[in-house]
Design a protein around this ligand. Structure first.
Ligand code: F3S
Length: 644
């Protein structure tokens, strides 16, 4: 007395998902499904009583929301929905969507599309729409053998997701032998394949095989055909009422499976009845329990990738339902496309996050396995004070964040550098070394510091720098920070101050005119206070002092040209050489009376003047513009007299 229950009996992932979409939106009025949501009368009737109506077409429907079922539809239907002003909820199974994509891309690239499946099946009708209804539909070996198109034609082969794998393989073989150039895509849904394989295996071992599912359900019909070949006493029933119980006896070994659109309660009812009939000591729960692969939350297991979309990975974990690994549970990188990471049949290690038997869903996580390991690495680094090399992912208020092995490490701006950071974004994308200064795995709080590492490096450098500094020596440095009054120069582990008046022999309006942060410069150690470790620097090197040979360059009574660089009430300063300013007193500007220099001069004016007086030692030169005007007047008068 034994009952073998198929693990893969009942709703597949796509049907489960589609029904959930409908129930989640059942309060939207009016709500329609485009065709019955599943091939199951009981479910469709129940939804109908809740107000969800089945549409056979969209004629005259101009208001409401349409749920597109797991079979998917052609592009024309999307267009019609939009033209009719309707809303839609797309419950197309992601596996079917993938076929639409393959077909559409290959059609656009000049392939002839061959769809292996039943031409009347809504999924096949929908798929054909994605190649402009020009696909060739083949359902049998016979039809394949009769295919007559040019041998050079490139053929793209896809299959209805619920097609029999064995028959598909034969049809492909036939087409190959006919000499066609084939590009075959394995699009039979793994849940279908597993269901069929399991049904075949069970039916080989039992006396009677029960297939539960709608009479119009194609995948249930296929299950029936597969099992019937192995077990003469195979029954296709919609509910327990269809089963001829009188045929069964206590010694029978019974197998039970169900189509993808058979609700769990209907399967349960059959199992309970059969278990009561055959084995009064064994409960339904026990029987069901025996049939399932056992998985539980928190378990890490290996699975096989059966489908990848940009945002989800579907994994066969050996359980009755496929597992879903959403992108958010794979990575913290919202821009990552999962199709670039995995492909079908790849093995993947996952954490079972939730097994919801009520809805048959298995939620998986990969990220949490990585983050568990990441936390271990971080904790070790925290305890041993080792540095971690991390890449900064983004700037946030008050600091930056790095995702290290799926663990978020926060580096406050105060811990990011050894000086004030005004632009956090410049760190984004950079790989930096940090020391973990706070670690709380339970609260997920991990704080890193780069400043600590820089301080340690600087402390060592400082010792070396201090040992080599001496007044009058030229040293190399890097501009670290610029202020209004000068710049701080990193000399290696310590800073020296370069005052604005020491940046150039010439007058400097603001330090940023000549310096920029990060610039490498040579400076002179002007003053070095060893005790307080303070250094004043200068870029006014003596050999470049413009006053050095001023004696020979500037002579009294010579006429020079210069640029007005500054105006005061008592006169204007005129740069007669870079770093050498002469004073043009207000009384020496013009023969006409002026109140202040700015009455006739402005900064930037280039003027001609005469050197009236020099005191090279005191770095003073007086010039006059007025005396040249007097000379001009005299010359004009002489010219006029001569002409007269
Ligand atoms: Fe989708 Fe496979 Fe079901 S294609 S609808 S999960 S049978």
């Amino acid at each position: 007395m034994e009952i073998l229950i198929a693990k893969y009996a009942g709703f597949c992932f796509g049907v489960e998902r589609a029904i959930k979409f409908v129930y989640d939106n059942i309060n939207i009025k009016p709500l329609y499904t485009y065709g019955p949501i599943i091939h199951n009368r009981q479910v469709v009737d129940e939804l109908n009583t809740k107000g969800c109506q089945v549409l056979e077409n969209l004629d005259g429907i101009t208001n409401g929301t349409v749920v597109i079922r797991s079979h998917g539809v052609s592009p024309d239907i999307y267009k019609e929905i939009s033209n009719n002003g309707l809303q839609f909820i797309d419950a197309t199974c992601p596996y079917v969507k993938r076929i639409h994509k393959i077909v559409n891309e290959h059609y656009d690239n000049g392939y002839k599309i061959i769809i292996i499946g039943s031409e009347k099946h809504p999924e096949v009708i929908g798929i054909n729409g994605w190649c402009n209804n020009e696909g060739i539909i083949i359902n049998t070996v016979d039809e394949a053998e009769k295919l007559t198109i040019e041998k050079e034609t490139k053929l793209c082969i896809v299959a209805q997701t619920t097609f029999n794998q064995y028959n598909f393989d034969i049809i492909v073989e036939v087409l190959k032998n006919l000499g066609y150039n084939l590009y075959v895509f394995s699009t039979i849904c793994s849940s279908t394949y597993e269901r069929q394989k399991e049904a075949l295996e069970i039916s080989q071992k039992v006396d009677r095989m029960i297939i539960i599912g709608g009479k119009h359900s194609s995948n249930t019909q296929k299950l029936y055909c597969i099992c019937k070949e192995q077990c003469e006493n195979t029954y296709h029933i919609e509910t327990i009422d269809d089963l001829p119980l009188k045929d069964f006896n206590k010694n029978d070994k019974i197998g039970i499976t169900a189509g993808a659109s058979t609700p769990k309660n209907i399967i349960e009812e059959v199992i309970i009845t059969m278990s009561e009939l055959l084995n009064e000591n064994q409960t339904f729960a026990e029987l069901l329990e025996q049939s399932l692969v056992k998985i539980q939350s928190g378990e890490v297991i290996k699975g096989k990738v059966i489908q990848v979309t940009p945002n989800e990975i579907y994994v066969n974990v050996g359980y009755k339902s496929d597992g879903i690994l959403p992108k958010s549970e794979y990575t913290s990188d919202a821009n990552l496309d999962l199709t670039s990471e995995f492909k079908e049949d790849d093995e993947i290690e996952v954490l079972i996050l939730r097994v919801n038997d009520g809805e048959g869903q298995v939620l998986l996580s990969k990220r949490r396995i990585a983050s568990k390991l990441g936390l271990q690495v971080i904790e070790k680094a925290y305890k041993s004070k080792e540095n971690l090399s991390i890449k900064v992912s983004k700037a946030v208020k008050g600091g930056v964040i790095s995702i290290f092995n799926e663990v978020s490490i926060f580096i406050p701006s105060s811990q990011l550098d050894d000086s004030f950071v005004d632009d956090l974004t410049k760190f984004v994308g950079q790989t930096i070394d940090v020391r973990i200064i706070e670690f709380d795995a339970r609260r997920g709080r991990v704080i890193g510091s780069r400043r600590i590492i820089l301080s340690e490096i600087n402390a060592e450098l400082k010792i070396k720098t201090l040992a080599t500094l001496e007044e009058g020596k030229k040293v190399k440095g890097r501009v670290k920070r610029i202020t209004k009054f000068g710049a701080f120069i990193d000399l290696g582990g310590m800073d020296g101050l370069l005052h604005i008046t020491e940046i150039s022999w010439a007058r400097v309006n603001k330090p940023t005119d000549l310096l920029s942060v990060g610039q490498e410069i040579e400076v002179l150690v002007k003053q070095y206070d060893k005790e307080n470790q303070k250094v004043s620097l200068s870029m006014k090197f003596e050999e470049e002092n413009p006053w050095l040979d001023a004696d020979s360059k500037f002579k009294k009574d010579t006429i020079i040209e210069g640029k007005v660089v500054r105006l005061a009430d008592f006169g204007a300063f005129v740069e007669i050489e870079k770093g050498v300013d002469a004073l043009l007193h207000v009384s020496q500007i013009s023969n006409d009376h002026i109140n202040k220099p700015s009455d006739i001069l402005k900064v930037g004016d280039v003027i001609t003047a005469k050197i009236m007086d020099l005191d090279i030692e005191k770095k003073r030169i007086s010039i006059s513009k007025k005396v040249l005007e007097e000379k001009e007047v005299v010359e004009e008068e002489v010219t006029e007299d001569t002409e007269a």
